[in-house]
Design a protein around this ligand. Structure first.
Ligand code: URA
Length: 214
């Protein structure tokens, strides 16, 4: 509540809306010409937790909203496990436009979209950023492998970073479903504990995405 009032004073509510409008008009990448809608992100403007996925898919491109297809249904289920609804968190993606035929985002597309994501983080000021999948993880845990670091945290600049598998991975690999749920259930306790934990230094510079496993 205090955070919301502080933000209102600073005019951040309108700044986030303004930012979403700018994102919708962005045409830096070639793929912008083929999209139905850009997908800036949605949720609480004072969210404590921000979830960052990879890129919009077909459903997201149609609706202009993040995680509204099958992966999004699982994300909603995961949120319910910790008694949250999507309106209480903020959900966005590394890139805000659907790549054609759902191909992987290109390095240049990730670079072009990075200032949008950075600005969203600045305005929302979440206490925890949850990376969903390897593209999002690569931005905040450079050089790490998802199979090693999922379910673990790092604290930097007052933000707790937490890596999880992408919810879509559970749609293809049943064994990951329980792992993803177990990682989700840890979030409330980690949030409570980590506030008092000292910060760590970032170890390695960002690596080529192709070097990461899924
Ligand atoms: N997968 C993502 O990474 N983001 C979405 O918004 C939907 C599916």
């Amino acid at each position: 509540m205090i955070k919301r009032l502080e933000k209102l004073k600073q005019g951040d509510m309108s700044a986030l809306l303004e930012l979403s409008k700018e994102i919708k008009n962005c045409r830096k990448c070639e793929i912008a010409k083929d999209r139905t809608r850009a997908v800036p992100g949605e949720g609480a403007e004072d969210a404590d937790i921000m979830f960052i996925g990879e890129a919009p898919g077909w459903h997201e491109d149609q609706q202009g909203r993040p995680f509204v297809g099958p992966a999004g249904q699982f994300l909603d289920e995961l949120l319910a496990l910790i008694s949250l609804k999507r309106g209480q968190v903020y959900i966005t993606n590394v890139i805000k436009t659907r790549p054609p035929v759902n191909r992987d985002p290109l390095p240049q597309e990730i670079l072009n979209c990075r200032p949008w994501l950075d600005r969203q983080i600045e305005l929302i000021r979440p206490r925890m950023i949850v990376t969903l999948g390897r593209y999002s993880m690569a931005l905040f845990f450079p050089g790490k492998s998802i199979s090693r670091i999922h379910g673990t945290t790092q604290k930097r600049d007052g933000i707790i970073y937490y890596a999880m598998y992408h919810p879509a991975a559970a749609l293809h690999q049943q064994r990951l479903r329980e792992i993803i749920k177990a990682d989700m259930i840890k979030i409330p306790q980690l949030l409570a504990q980590m506030e008092s934990v000292p910060e760590e230094k970032q170890e390695a510079p960002p690596q080529q995405l192709s070097m990461f496993e899924i």
